[in-house]
Write a protein that binds this ligand. Sequence first.
Ligand SMILES: Cc1cc2nc3c(=O)[nH]c(=O)nc-3n(C[C@H](O)[C@H](O)[C@H](O)COP(=O)(O)OP(=O)(O)OC[C@H]3O[C@@H](n4cnc5c(N)ncnc54)[C@H](O)[C@@H]3O)c2cc1C
Length: 395
Amino acid sequence: MNRRTLLRTGGMAALGFGFGACAGKSAPTEPVMRSGPRPRPANDLVPVNCSWGRVIHTTVGLRPFRESGFRVEPEKLDGKTIIHNYGHGGGGMSLSWGTGYLAADMALAHTSRRAAVLGSGAVGIAAARQLQRRGFDVTIYAKALPPHTTSNMSLAGWTPTSRVITTTRRTPQWDEQFRFAAEQTYRELQLMNGRDYGVTWIDRYSARDEIPPERVESSRRLLPSHLDTGREVLGPGEHPFPLKYATRERRMRIEPSIFLDAILRDFMLFGGRTVIREFSSPRDLMSLSETLIVNSTGLGSKDLFDDQEMTPYKGQLTLLAPQSDVNYGTGGGLHSTSGETGVGLHMTPRRDGIALGGTAEKGEWSMEPNEEARQQIVDGHIEFYNAMRRPWRTT
Ligand SMILES: Cc1cc2nc3c(=O)[nH]c(=O)nc-3n(C[C@H](O)[C@H](O)[C@H](O)COP(=O)(O)OP(=O)(O)OC[C@H]3O[C@@H](n4cnc5c(N)ncnc54)[C@H](O)[C@@H]3O)c2cc1C
């Protein structure tokens, strides 16, 4: 489907907005069936000023996907203890503090209180902080520091299940680790909220023409129910979007550049050191003075530790110039064209720009933007926001 056909045929439905049937029409008047109090209307939302002229850049990152989920476990290698902590897929920002907690607890079984952490993405820095909290003297070794990590290219919402869980290869033990990691990270991010860590709550809307069905996804069942912030259904006339219905959820938003700088600064303040160094094989690790090593090299673990389960899940975002009066997000789920690869429209406002997404291309190693996807994402959002009603208030 080319760009023109996509737009002509109501491509937004195909891209996850469900856009089409009533685009551009005034809001229909039929009531939404619901019990309980009416939700707060959302008619004062300012549309994103979306045009090709406002595009500032497109970023690409390779999510470190592992077929059977992230790996947190110790391994002996000659005289060293390696604690693996990698393979977080599309959920590394949402699980990092929890898997770091698990890794740091495993480290306590070791006699030394000096530790090396390999990797300086969200997962490595969070693990290093968890080790410091347990009294370890920590050095991070990494071939690149923020802002040159995959974690900096992240969206990054609290999405612990995103490209993390697979249905066939999970074990009950892994599920338990996952729940613990999700809950710990949620708590940690909560404590950072409003404290200059780039972690905040925003409303996120998804627009559609049908009454949204009940949520029954297995991914939600895997999460503790108290972590589900719930959602409201807004009916015709209660929201400005060019479709009949919209759902509203509270979502945690992490602004990756602010967040990573802040936690790396904390690591240094607590006496941590960083060393720029690339490791080519486990043999290279033998030259480290530390006997305890936490491996958080993300996708780098594929070659470094010959983990053939590791696969990139390429993702890209296109940033528009910042717009401070947009204080909500929009989006639908990923529309998958092959079950594992696709484009899904979503928008998140950040201080570094309005982030438009997104893509997921399994097995794709290229760091070049996918131009066709970029066109679909920007054009899809232009169409959506042009059709959105301008702010008005109910009396
Ligand atoms: C477009 C996009 C959107 C995303 N959205 C979300 C989201 O909404 N929520 C969410 O939770 N997650 C999201 N993610 C996923 C998230 O970004 C990753 O799960 C996370 O960044 C993984 O962190 P990491 O620290 O394991 O890896 P990285 O950030 O890649 O860090 C790895 C570190 O290891 C170092 N390293 C690697 N190999 C070697 C080596 N051989 N020697 C020395 N050092 C090495 C690197 O230099 C780097 O410092 C998204 C990702 C993308 C691309």
